[in-house]
Design a protein around this ligand. Sequence first.
Ligand code: FES
Ligand SMILES: [Fe+2]
Length: 373
Amino acid sequence: MNLITPNHLTLWPEEGQALPGHFYVNEQFYELERRGLFTDDWFFVAPVGEVGKPGDYSSIDIAGEPLLVTHAKDGVIRVLSRVCRHRHFNVIEGRGNKNSFTCPYHSWTYKSDGILIGAPMMDQVPSFDKKKCGLPSIKTEIWNGLIFCTFAADPQPLEDQLKKLGQRLDPYRLGEWEAELVFNEAIDCNWKVVVENASESYHHIGAHKDSLEAFTPAKNVRMGETGSRFSTHHLWPVNLEPGVELSGTRETGILRIPETEASVGGTTTIFPNMIIAVSAEGALLAGVFPQAHDNTVFRLWTLRHPSMPVERYKQRAGKLSAREFLEKFNGEDLVIVQGLQKALKSRFADGGTFHTTEVGLTAFYDFIKGRVF
Ligand code: FES
Ligand SMILES: [Fe+2]
């Protein structure tokens, strides 16, 4: 079956125009994305801090594949399939700390490196070879403490595609940061709605008028560097002149960060499904995991370098604690993204014009187009 209908191509927008609703509500287009973006190319899975200690594990379903991130005793972080090699039940759910996983169906047991160590009564089956029944390990690249995977046999190295971004993020030493999962829910919308919402801050003026707009107003947003695999925008705090370069270096524990970067930071989207907002105050990391064309698991982690003073990290936003403030603006986003999914079914959701601070979305669309068609 050819899934590329004429509609998919003829509806694709010009530069600076929004993607029509068709691409968010059409199941066939979702199948193309599953293949082009979440099978044949790199996608984000978790930060290394999600499995910081030996024995830590965390499961996640991404575009139909049940995956398991593990930190085994040998110190290696792996992404495994968590589909049992016996009759395909998921060997584990959720997150925690264990050195082995016993499948609930017939009790086959795997070590956290994927090796099968127990298969009850299977010694009665002469043809059975335990060594051939480990959990498959998925091709993984860890870039700046961020774990990416692909099912492609011979992918273009991710690092090559993120070099320019590394120049900006390297001083943060993100691979050393601790991660706390603060939000993890399935939401009723297409995955792109979530990525796009987190990739622009023009919406502070509407959706976050009672929260983020007071600190990082839409009028202070400036586009940063954008590449074929990422886009960046900077949010100048309300008390700074947008775009002005600050001199000096900020020392935060053992980190040495250029002052402009430390004060302003930036929100970077690594296509297809990860967004990180980082500054010297800490970082907020988002992972967007498609479940169906209209259902998405959204995870948020707060990140902190161990040398960073906790007080600075827990800075208060008005009368609210940092956590309450995060819950407030994230709740505002959830109302928008789920409401938007319903509206995208309309025949009139046929594309609109971006503000200059939304043009990173065109880079996102180019990325998708290049891999889906
Ligand atoms: S399906 Fe896992 S032990 Fe049978
Ligand atoms: Fe938002």
